[in-house]
Structures are given as C-alpha cells and as structure tokens.
Design a protein around this ligand. Structure first.
Ligand code: FAD
Length: 444
C-alpha cells in the first residue's frame, strides 16, 4: 500500500510494480484537496515546473542521471513532457502528470484508489508518501507512529554555507564560555563591532521578503498576537530583528562567552555557524531561519564578518512542510527502525526538492518490494548523490534536523581532492555515476 500519489508515491508504485508486487496507490485528491495542489492530477508539481539542472557537474544533474540508470518512471515522463529550458529539465506539468497516469494505468498490478487514507495499516508493508501537505488525519497517525516530538508541521530553515567559503582570518572557532585558548570548538564565530552590527540589522529588516501565503500569514499573525508562542524558536530572523535594534544581540547573536582571540575582547554581537554534516564541509547560520528573497539573503548575509564570499548550498525559507525527524527514526534504506515494514518517502522523510523526492520514492518502492520478496533492503552507496541524501537524513543531528537538498557538500571527501571546484565536481560526478551503474546494473 502506498499513501499519496505525488512525486514519491508514483515513482514508488512503479518500482514496486515492476518487481512483480501488487500495489494499492491511494490518492485523496480531488475529493480532499491540499492548500497548494490545484486538481486531481497525479504527481502534480505544486510550484516551479523545473526539475533542476541536467548538467553532470551539478548535484541535481548527477541525481537525475542516477535516476535514469535506475529506470525512474518520473524522469522518463519528464523527458517526454520537456519544454525548452536551457540546461535544465523543465516540463509541461499537465503533460508530465498525464504521462505518469498513462504508464501507471497500463500497469495491471497498480490499483489507483481515490480515497483519503486515515489510518496506517499494521498488517502489510506500507509506503507513506503523503508529502509536505499531508492531510490532518494521516499526520495524526504518523505522530502516533513516530512520537509527538518527531513530526514537524512547518519549516523555518536557516541557510547553509560551504566551510571552504568562510574567511577564517576573520571568523574563529570556539564554543561559548570555553576556557581553552586553543579551543577549536564546535562553532565558527563571526564577530561584529557595534557599527557593523547596526548596519547589518538595518539592512536585514529592510530587505525584501518572499510574499507569504495564507498559512504562513496565519503563523506570523499568530506569533505577533502572542497566540502561538511555540513558534518563537523558529521566528524568521528579520522579524525578530524588527522588534528592536538590540533584539538579535540579546538573542541568537548574543556574544557572551565568545571572546575574539584576535582582540582578546568580547565582540558587540556574534553570528555562530554550526557544523551541518559529518565531514564538516557545511555549516548552518544558527538562528538565522529566514523568509528573505534568495538574492537578498546573499546580499545581506555576505555583510556578516567572515562571510563576504560565502557560497550558499541551501537558502533559508519558511513554509508549511510536514516532515518526520528521520535521524533515529529511519534507516538509510528508508524504513523505520522500529517498524521495518513501514517506509517513508518524499518530502515527509526529510528530503527536499522534486528530484530528491523522486529518488526517495524510487528507493522506498524497490525496498518495499525486496522486503515482500524476503530480500534485505538496499542501501545506496554514500558516494551517490541519492545515497548521500539518505545517509544524511538517517545520521544527521536529530536535535536540529531540517530537510536536505541534493548537493555535493554531503558527499564523502575525495582522495586527493583537487583545488579547483570544477574538477572536484567532475570527480564527484564520475564517482557517483560509477557507483550507480554498478548497483543498479546488479539490482535491475
Ligand atoms: C507550496 C510548496 C511549493 C514547493 N515548491 C517546490 C519547487 O518549486 N521545487 C521543488 O523542487 N520543490 C518544491 N516543493 C517541495 C517538494 O519538492 C514538493 O512538495 C514535492 O511535490 C514533494 O513530493 P512528495 O511526493 O513528497 O509530495 P507530494 O508531491 O505533495 O505528494 C503527496 C500526495 O499525497 C496526497 N495525500 C496527502 N495526504 C493523503 C492521505 N491522507 N491519503 C491519500 N493521499 C494523501 C497529496 O494529495 C499528494 O498528492 C514545494 C513544496 C511546497 C509545500
């Protein structure tokens, strides 16, 4: 049984059916709608019609190639529905959906059932792929299964930058209140003097924001009216900054216990960067969840001392997004540690972006089929873009877990890594595709 015929659910259905499994694919639309879908089409793209780059030196391009090697239904249908978009794969969304529907209807062992699922069955393997806008009934069921603290209903995401792009002649490593002068602690600290801080706050509060849809407006109004204090920890940084000029210096940018080794003094304010992946190649801006336009994030956050040349691998954002806390809940094969017959796929499992969600559907479909056929579930090599995503969600820091998009920063480092980024990306790509060809060649 698959809950949700979105990007992940349709791909999962195809993969399981191709392996001889009889699939019940449940979709609640058009009878029950979400806040973003417009009708009853399967795998409706809710926003952009672009599935990202086709270039093999971009993470999303490599991911697409991995999916082609794996025989992805959705990539095949996207190619049939492609519209001109330079190096990107963009689609006519209606044609894309109808191609998928046609293929699934042609599959005798896929049964598409237009009904909201309100309970998760305990007696058979299930793939939960009900997406970021999962219905309230199924969200309540997921809460029962995963625990109240392990299901999030909205995202307030802070940006992530590449470690190599942080200027360490300005920013310094160290933990708050560390007594050790040589502390190379858990954080990288970006120190502000008073003038830098005040200019930064002025630019931050005036920067252009992404227009909010009604759900997000409700959050913001609820927070402003003091009715939703539980969102306080996830307030966009620009809203917090607008409360008073010193709000950040007493909040996420408080400098206490963070002496700057170059001056021997406490800075006026400090932005902390926290390591975001095991290899330490990515750092997130602590407390800087934001709703600014992406260009504005680049402009304003590059004013932070030490981040003038920051390379962003993920921008901050705030929107309705239901997802589970995968670390501690899921394995890298996408089934639950405590309930191995229950798989999660798509945005719900903590993978961000259309292609990543398709990839999660693909692996969950393969693994549900393998489980039913008495085989061990497949874990993809970490060197693959898809494999690195699933390893990331299974092993990330559960306390600060937020969905992750395909990127080169979460791959294991190369041996003898070249200095040139271009060459590095080419080698990552080559390594990923060799692994993908080997594993899918064997599995298919
Ligand atoms: C507003 C918004 C805009 C986004 N824009 C982009 C973008 O431009 N680019 C990008 O890469 N990513 C974007 N995303 C993120 C994500 O890539 C997409 O949401 C993607 O569609 C997620 O795929 P999915 O398969 O997990 O969920 P979905 O594609 O949403 O599929 C889930 C399906 O489950 C159904 N469902 C829900 N509950 C039930 C139930 N109880 N029973 C039966 N069916 C149910 C839903 O109707 C839906 O069809 C956006 C997300 C949101 C919320």
């Amino acid at each position: 049984m698959i809950i949700g015929a979105g990007l992940a659910g349709c791909e999962a259905a195809w993969q399981a059916a191709k392996r001889g499994i009889s699939v019940d694919l449940y979709e609640m639309r058009p009878g029950v709608m979400t806040g973003a879908h417009t009708g009853g089409d399967l795998a409706e793209l809710v926003c952009s019609n672009s599935l990202g780059s086709n270039l093999k030196d971009r993470a999303s391009g490599v991911l697409k190639e991995e999916l082609r090697l794996a025989g992805s239904l959705l990539v095949e249908c996207a190619e049939k529905a492609a519209v001109p978009a330079g190096n990107a794969l963009a689609v006519d969304r209606k044609l894309f959906s109808s191609e998928i529907e046609k293929k699934l209807h042609s599959c005798h062992n896929v049964h598409i059932i237009r009904e909201e699922v309100r309970e998760i069955p305990a007696d058979r393997p299930v793939i939960i792929a009900s997406g970021p806008l999962s219905s309230s009934a199924i969200s309540a069921e997921i809460t029962k299964l995963c625990g109240t603290d392990n299901l999030f209903f909205f995202d307030a995401i802070a940006p992530i930058v590449e470690h190599d792009s942080i200027d360490l002649t300005i920013a310094y490593a160290g933990s708050r209140y560390s007594k050790n002068e040589d502390d190379d602690g858990d954080y990288i600290n970006c120190p502000f003097n008073r003038q830098e801080y005040e200019t930064f706050v002025t630019e931050l509060t005036a920067a252009k924001r992404i227009p909010l849809k009604s759900f997000e407006e409700q959050i913001e109004q609820g927070v402003a009216a003091g009715k939703m204090s539980f969102f306080e920890g996830c307030l966009p940084v620009e809203i917090l900054a607008g409360r008073s000029i010193q709000a950040l210096a007493f909040g996420p940018m408080r400098p206490v216990g963070l002496i700057d080794p170059r001056t021997g003094k406490r800075p006026w304010a400090v932005l902390q960067l926290r390591q975001d992946n095991l290899s330490g190649s990515l750092y997130n801006l602590v407390g800087f969840q934001t709703n600014l336009l992406q260009k504005e994030q680049e402009r304003v956050f590059r004013m932070i001392p030490g981040l003038a040349n920051a390379q962003f691998v993920r921008y901050g954002q705030m929107h309705r997004n239901t997802y589970i806390c995968a670390p501690g809940t899921l394995t890298a094969a996408l089934n639950m540690i405590d309930h191995p017959q229950v798989f999660f796929a798509g945005q719900l499992c903590g993978v961000e972006g259309y292609m990543g969600n398709i990839a999660a559907g693909l692996l969950a479909g393969i693994n549900a089929a393998r489980t039913i056929q008495g085989q061990d579930p497949l874990t993809l090599p970490e060197e693959m873009i898809s494999g690195s995503l699933f390893h990331y969600i299974a092993t990330a820091d559960g306390k600060h877990f937020q969905p992750m998009k395909a990127n080169f920063g979460i791959l294991p480092p190369l041996e003898n890594s070249p200095r040139s980024k271009r060459e590095r990306y080419q080698l990552y790509s080559q390594r990923a595709l060799e692994k993908a060809a080997a594993i899918f060649g064997e599995e298919l």
